[in-house]
Unconditional design. Structure first.
Length: 276
């Protein structure tokens, strides 16, 4: 979807929107909505510890922590999953029988959301590049969600990047492990690449800059290119060259493939544990 199409989708949204939780991810979504032309006067934010940026949005027309709660057409739940069962009941006044409830909490199932909040639920998993409009979100909807409500959820989620929809909620734990937690793996790669450069004799400042720009530039190349990641890797690798020597280590028996499989399995298990 183009930027113009995203703006049109946000501007054409009907009804009121309540956002519960305006931390890093919730705040990024709110920023994307307002930048996309969503009418600020239709937005209510529930955030006990609002940042200066969130407070500034009040001057643009959003309602911040209203004293009286009324049911919204859409409630977006962006609180920490560990606090949901404690905070969730306080959100019920914002939910009517036909309210669309969009959750971005890791490990929190549709059934749990229906039990605590009610409404018609969409469960979604974004990631932190949403803060610069380059996130990827995967979403799944309950059967009670109408086509129009799904379109509303899609527009709100797409304000911070791309959106993929799945029909099987059980996939969301692996989604969380791959894309939800994935940015941390990339940042770790930059961190360890710099550390290895220092071990090889580079000054720390230079090694850090080389690693940072290499990871960022390679990510942008991957974003822009129509080629698959394996093809891009092969294009860098000359037979018998320096890259091939390094890849023999990284792609060896106990190399990156096995490490990543174990890491994703651990994150998937933790996502399932959060739902218990």
């Amino acid at each position: 979807m183009t930027s113009l199409a995203k703006t049109d989708a946000l501007q054409n949204l009907a009804g009121t929107i309540a956002l519960a939780g305006a931390g890093k991810m919730g705040g990024a979504m709110l920023t994307g909505w307002l930048a996309g032309g969503l009418d600020a006067t239709r937005v209510t934010v529930i955030e006990p510890d609002p940042s200066d940026e969130i407070r500034a949005f009040a001057a643009k027309g959003i309602q911040l922590n209203p004293k009286t709660a009324t049911a919204a057409d859409t409630l977006v739940v962006a609180v920490k999953p560990q606090t949901f069962h404690e905070a969730g009941p306080a959100l019920k006044p914002f939910v009517g029988p036909s309210t669309l409830v969009v959750s971005i909490m890791a490990g929190t199932t549709i059934a749990a959301l229906e039990e605590v909040c009610g409404g018609r639920v969409v469960r979604a998993m974004p990631n932190t590049p949403a803060s610069i409009g380059r996130g990827i979100t995967v979403a799944v909807s309950a059967k009670s969600v109408s086509a129009a409500q799904r379109a509303t959820a899609d527009a709100l989620l797409r304000a911070t990047g791309s959106v993929e929809w799945v029909d099987d909620e059980s996939l969301m734990d692996a989604v969380t492990a791959v894309s939800g937690s994935g940015p941390a793996y990339v940042f770790l790669l930059a961190e360890e690449l710099a550390r290895a450069g220092v071990e090889a004799g580079l000054p720390a400042e230079l090694a850090t800059r080389l690693a940072r720009e290499t990871v960022a530039g390679s990510g942008e190349l991957l974003h822009r290119s129509k080629l698959g990641s394996a093809t891009l890797r092969q294009n860098v690798t000359s037979p018998g060259g320096t890259t091939a020597a390094a890849l023999e280590v990284l792609m060896g028996k106990d190399g990156m493939q096995q490490l990543m499989i174990r890491a994703i399995a651990a994150a998937t298990k933790r996502s399932k544990d959060l739902a218990k």
